[in-house]
Design a protein around this ligand. Structure first.
Ligand code: TNX
Length: 649
């Protein structure tokens, strides 16, 4: 069986334009000198003089100068946005377009921000997102009294609450666009960050380019007021079945941030490998980290690696939720420390995909010393409030042996001042304050879980048949599982966490999480293929109020993201459920320095890289000046004929 998902290679025509969009973009710029709208060549003052073969000096303008002059020329033309104010995923609470109030971002724009360190970081992030494609310098400066074209304001007074606002206020924001500028206001830096992600989606697709593009940077006029429905909006990456390095995890964090997800759960340990260094038990990684499914080399995070992940996440307002899966799923730990095994004999390393055969010894005190050491070190390295203790599929630890074990581990976590999260199998164990069950069942009726909720447990919903990102889209999806069914984009979209589980009140539901198990996933391209486009569907389920979302609206709004992912070098599944447009031609400005072909830094063992291969492993890092781009932009996956999709909800 071929394991190559369709990432597409066919050339595509120009993107169809929205009916309400403005005139077509300016003509491509000729290298080396840009051309004015009147057709006369210009020489960019910032350029460097070189000699032609004939010996006469010409000027090779810098990419930045070219972008600026192109934008200025373009700004003289009538500019209208290519994106509508409502074309945002996840759908905002309220959108009030003012078509006469569009903004053209000027080349000399500064990002003005309230004098607050966290807000300033958001402003820097915005500038870093916009600089590569615009080529504009976008300096970040404190907020003056006079309005500027990009303004981030922190403070309750600045963010009037929509009526009835309650949960989610601290992550909410307001975005106003008029011809003078974009103003994002929020109570918190997190709200500003989400507003920045919205602004990014309102700019033309070319904003995703990592090199300067000739474009009119138009933002549609009007006002968006927005806040999330659920406070916990997450995804999980299983780095135990196959190991993924720090750069890959950061790239996944970028995808989460784009869609306003705020938790990344890392499944750090399993039968096939132990992925997090623990100083007091060094063989966990030295021995237990060297294996993975299929016999590959495995790997693990050092303390410094983990810190990088946590910090990268924090800069994107994402909380890392580390999981140590106990008492089952522990073969790798038993290989490293046989004293933890019930028979005190080291099992052979495991590189298959079965579950439920291994466990630590719940009757040995040494096991609890181990758990306390591991969770203690992990808590010290983790700024977020959660510690995930697994608890799933420990088939050989039954009855009170199991509940007694879970209760002791819950107490260890509480003693560390953290909140316990566990897969819903821990439901029968006694309640500790604030504990959270992660429900991964497939039929919305689970009396044991409903009873645990009555005793005070809260829930994160990961229904296997809606939220599992390792399920196949269709029977012929070349990777993934199907034990919980097939999950196409509609299925990922079509459910409601608040009403999903019988006997569980909406107030007990913290939100949802989309797990990506990696038994069959071995590369970044494969991760992205399974993540996109289902992750934005699940993000909308978690963020948007039911009254603002519909399948028909979602698929239309999502369609424009295909060209964005393509421009950013992100692989995705071109599901026929979504009316993808063709990729717009990206008009890269001429280079100023020689570049080489992009290097695909992610491990890709089965799939070719995305058409426009990832050029930096983490997408939203400041782009180094030499970041290469392909000489000729590669085509987007062939648009699939618009499916006759009559599903409306
Ligand atoms: C079930 S969901 C598991 C994992 C597997 C996954 C594959 C859960 C808590 N346990 O061990 O990787 O199915 O889909």
């Amino acid at each position: 069986m071929s394991r190559t998902p369709r990432t597409g290679v066919a050339p595509v025509p120009e993107q169809p334009r929205r009916a309400d969009a403005g005139p077509p973009p300016a003509a491509p710029l000729a290298a080396p000198a840009p051309v004015t709208p009147q057709g006369s060549p210009t020489v960019t003052p910032a350029g460097a003089a070189t000699a032609t073969p004939q010996g006469s000096p010409t000027v090779t303008p810098s990419a930045t100068a070219l972008a600026r002059s192109a934008a200025e020329a373009a700004g003289r033309l009538l500019a209208r946005p290519t994106v509508g104010l409502g074309d945002v995923v996840p759908a905002p609470v309220s959108v009030r377009p003012r078509p006469a109030a569009d903004l053209v971002l000027p080349a000399d724009a500064a990002v003005r921000v309230s004098a607050d360190p966290a807000a300033r970081e958001v402003a820097e992030h915005l500038a870093e997102l916009l600089r590569p494609a615009t080529g504009y310098p976008l300096p970040v400066a404190d907020l003056p009294t006079a309005p500027g074209p990009l303004q981030l304001t922190l403070g309750a007074a600045a963010a009037p609450r929509p009526t009835g606002a309650a949960a989610g206020d601290e992550e909410g924001y307001r975005l106003d666009v008029d011809p003078d500028g974009v103003r994002i206001t929020a109570d918190t830096a997190t709200g500003l960050f989400h507003g920045v992600q919205t602004l990014r989606q309102l700019l033309p697709t070319a904003v995703e380019s990592r090199t300067p593009v000739a474009e009119r940077w138009v933002v549609p006029g009007g006002t968006i007021v927005d806040r999330p429905r659920f406070p916990y909006r997450g995804a999980m990456l299983d780095v135990a079945r196959h190991f993924f390095g720090v750069d890959d995890v950061c790239r996944v964090l970028d995808h989460l941030a784009r869609y306003k997800l705020n938790h990344l759960h890392l499944h750090l340990t399993d039968d096939q490998g132990w992925r997090i260094a623990v100083d007091s038990w060094p063989r966990l990684t030295a021995v237990g980290g060297r294996t993975e499914v299929g016999g590959g080399p495995g790997g693990w995070y050092t303390a410094a690696d983990y810190r990088r992940i946590v910090e990268y996440a924090a800069r994107r307002h994402i909380t890392v939720v580390p999981e140590v899966d106990l008492p089952g799923h522990t073969n790798a730990a038993l290989v490293a420390y046989p004293e933890l095994a019930p028979d005190k004999v080291a099992p052979p390393p495991y590189t298959g995909t079965e579950v439920g055969f291994s466990h630590v010894d719940p009757a040995d005190e040494r096991t609890y010393a181990f758990v306390a050491d591991v969770l203690g070190e992990l808590a010290a390295a983790t700024p977020g409030p959660w510690l995930h203790i697994g608890g799933d599929e420990a088939y050989k630890v039954k009855g009170v042996a199991y509940t007694g074990f879970v209760e002791r581990v819950q107490r260890i976590v509480a003693g560390l001042g953290r909140t316990v999260v566990g897969w819903h199998q821990i439901a029968p164990a006694g309640q500790v304050d604030g504990r959270v069950l992660q429900w991964w069942g497939t039929d919305g009726d689970d009396p044991t879980v409903a009873e645990a909720v009555r005793r005070g447990a809260r829930l994160i919903l990961s229904p296997g048949n809606h939220a599992y990102l390792d399920m196949k889209y269709t029977p012929d999806t070349p990777l993934g599982h199907d034990w919980a069914g097939l999950i196409d984009v509609h299925r990922a979209y079509h459910w409601d966490p608040a009403t999903h589980l019988a006997g569980v009140p909406a107030e007990a539901v913290l939100g949802l999480e989309a797990p990506l198990w990696t038994e069959s996933v071995t590369s970044m391209a494969e991760i992205e293929f399974l993540l996109l486009p289902r992750l934005p569907a699940l993000a909308e389920v978690a963020w948007s109020t039911p009254s603002t979302r519909s399948w028909a609206g979602f698929r239309d709004r999502l369609a424009g993201h295909g060209p964005r992912w393509h421009a950013a070098g992100i692989a995705f599944h071109p599901s026929p459920e979504i009316p993808w447009p063709a990729a717009p031609p990206v008009r890269h400005l001429p280079r100023t320095a020689p570049t080489s072909r992009p290097t695909h830094t992610a491990t890709s063992r089965h799939l070719p890289p995305a058409a426009d291969a990832p050029r930096s492993p983490a997408l939203d890092q400041p782009s180094p000046a030499h970041t290469p781009a392909p000489e000729t932009p590669q085509p987007m996956p062939a648009p699939v004929p618009r499916a006759n999709d009559t599903r409306t909800s």
